[in-house]
Design a protein around this ligand. Sequence first.
Ligand code: ADP
Ligand code: MG
Length: 603
Amino acid sequence: MDETKRVKAKEIPASIKYEAQPRSRLLPLPLLSPFPSLRFSLLSPLAPPCAPLCSIPFAIPSRAPPAGRRVLGERAWGGFVVPGRQERAPWDGVIGPRALEGWAGMGRVGLGVAVGCAAVTCAIAAALVARRASARARWRRAVALLREFEEGCATPPARLRQVVDAMVVEMHAGLASDGGSKLKMLLTFVDALPTGNEEGIYYAIDLGGTNFRVLRVEVGAGSVVIGRKVEHQPIPEELTKGTIEDVFNFVALALKNFVEREDGKDETRALGFTFSFPVRQTSVSSGSLIRWTKGFSIEDAVGKDVSQCLNEALARTGLNVRVTALVNDTVGTLALGHYYDEDAVAAVIIGAGTNACYIERTESIIKCQGLLTNSGGMVVNMEWGNFWSSHLPRTPYDISLDDETQNRNDQGFEKMISGIYLGEIARLVLHRMALESDVFGDAADSLSAPFTLSTPLLAAIREDDSPDLSEVRRILQEHLKIPDAPLKTRRLVVKVCDIVTRRAARLAAAGIVGILKKLGRDGSGVASSGRTRGQPRRTVVAIEGGLYQGYPVFREYLDEALVEILGEEVARTVTLRVTEDGPGIGAALLAAVHSSNRQQGSI
Ligand code: ADP
Ligand code: MG
């Protein structure tokens, strides 16, 4: 092309071939858009979703010489836009005959290609945008579920006070008649608690939850536990659904091995038996099982005297030990609490299950008219796990949980508070989020298996204070098969665990205040005894259980709620005293108090 002619495009004869010599190296195809501005305006606003297109060796002239003024041999310039990279590649060259033909040809071929490309790009972009929009909508759904759950679990002080009052009403009803309330308010026949003057060696068995314990306690006068030895063993799952004989054979054998290892002497010994299920006591050392809780279901045991069953199993092993005190774990805990501090008037368990007991005056136990005790009082086992009130903040997840359990419609309070259930409530919430919001990717399946999130794991999630929630990530990955949950999803999980924990701890606090109110120790005025308002007395509540002891955030929430309900001044008079292994050691102490060489107890 040695001669330059200025001609109008429409005047170029079809036979003449022109050439263009683009200089840009970025331009494999000096294409192609006769409508660069159209392309541009389509692509520019969608640039981020188009990012994957960067890799396509494709460029668009941002400016082509206007068709009417294309001139053969003229220098033309412009730029090429590489989609997604927001980058312009300079282009200039001399319009040769082929280029001009190219421009002209593009009027037909190029138009088709360009429109096709634009359509595909638009479709991809639209799909990506739609996906983003739907992901945002699903996240909003997860957040909405969280808010809904939080509102459903709300326990403002006013509601807690309603729970307190309901608890007091139910306590009165349960004391008035058997079956008068969901609170059974069971007699324990424990009318004397250890004083600190007990002496000797006593054994105890603590059966009633996840672990089974055998204990040896040596006590000396003056509230001194000289020695204690505790052995824990998990109860084999199959035994919790087998026969009464199997489970007590297992327990008796464990005790025999323990006694032989510890003492080896064949002496008759008093045994405290902590059996933490509802029992209708007939004396301090005997009673029949009312029903199972906490996942146990050994049908042939219901209605049987559990002390007798254990004594028979002990006899079968040839061990010279007999049940002297049959107690609930709450009663054992109160016994140890009272051993150390005579202001202890109640005990609460917050472990696998939850329950409470307290010292009641016999004249208030109306259902047992004429009940006489030396002390004028008796420990009452509330079985508060079965407490129910319409003021309890119940959510659809609590209903689902209840449906999953063998004791449906029972233990409603326990199912909101205790260790067996808290992890499961959180799992139910997370599972619904997984189904309705997709925030956990494909993990809906792994979240669908009941009881895969245990309460210790829930606690570990809530207590992860690392900036990137690395422990939460590990738990989600290892235990729930949710890999790579982003930080905001991990935060969501923490929040769910927090809501479950907070509600549980605050309801437990309301239960404790219910007991204080019944005893006239909540500073609220006229007590049930008729005592008028005065300076509230110091009150000690003995407390025990893996959930309470192992989960500091739970304790903080519980303390906070006590102050909110009672007010700071009264709350200061209430001490929650942890009694390590209280159920077992307390039972051994009660065995001492109630053994044949009976030692004087007090209440
Ligand atoms: P039990 O005597 O009824 O077997 P424990 O008092 O030993 O029960 O408590 C065990 C329960 O406490 C477990 O079921 C578990 O749910 C809960 N738990 C134990 N450790 C922790 C922890 N660190 N954080 C939260 N919950 C815990
Ligand atoms: Mg226990």
